[in-house]
Design a protein around this ligand. Structure first.
Ligand SMILES: [Zn+2]
Length: 185
């Protein structure tokens, strides 16, 4: 199933090769253009189906994702699970929170979803927002884990696709030693 997903990602042109500066500031030779994937409802639907089956036993009553890709996926996954979908938005001074009049608190069991996992920062912020609201984060689901499975959240985790993409500090980037221009993502 996962191999199939990777082929689909490549066919969609979502796997780009070159010299990239990621939003984290790190450099890499591969970049996942996640919106090439997120623009395809039929494929994200299939991936969310895999996730929904994986977490079926966890008595989830809420799905939450970070803006922007996570919000799209949260809605589809919640639709399949028959629960509600929340969006966690960035706070001015860092971190995330639930606005929009959402009522979330004790007794809510939340599955967190996001598109591409690189450092896990956004997912951790959503987990913190869930905890800050008094609810429980019971699992994390990711479409593409590009950290090679090295990111831990301390709760059940599932990635539809796992890729190991090496990242470099700009000062240590071998691609910076070549003529390949760096593209800011
Ligand atoms: Zn570089």
């Amino acid at each position: 199933m996962s191999t199939n997903h990777i082929e689909q990602l490549e066919q969609l042109g979502a796997v780009l090769n070159g010299h990239f500066q990621l939003t984290s500031g790190l450099h890499a030779d591969t970049y996942i253009e996640k919106f090439r994937l997120l623009q395809q409802p039929s494929l994200t639907e299939k991936m969310c189906d895999e996730i929904a089956k994986k977490f079926a036993e966890l008595e989830i009553n809420t799905v939450a994702g970070p803006t922007t890709g996570g919000a799209i996926l949260s809605f589809e996954l919640a639709r399949q699970l028959g629960v509600r979908s929340l969006v966690a938005e960035s706070k001015k001074n860092g971190g995330r929170e639930f606005r929009r009049g959402y009522e979330i608190g004790a007794g809510d069991r939340v599955l967190v979803i996001d598109d591409v996992l690189t450092t896990g920062g956004s997912v951790r912020d959503v987990i913190d927002a869930v905890k800050n609201a008094g609810a429980e984060a019971v699992g994390v689901a990711i479409l593409v884990d590009r950290s090679g499975g090295s990111t831990e959240f301390g709760i059940p985790f599932h990635a539809c696709i796992t890729l190991e993409i090496e990242t470099f500090l700009p000062t240590e980037c071998p691609l910076c030693q070549t003529d390949i221009p760096v593209i800011k993502t």
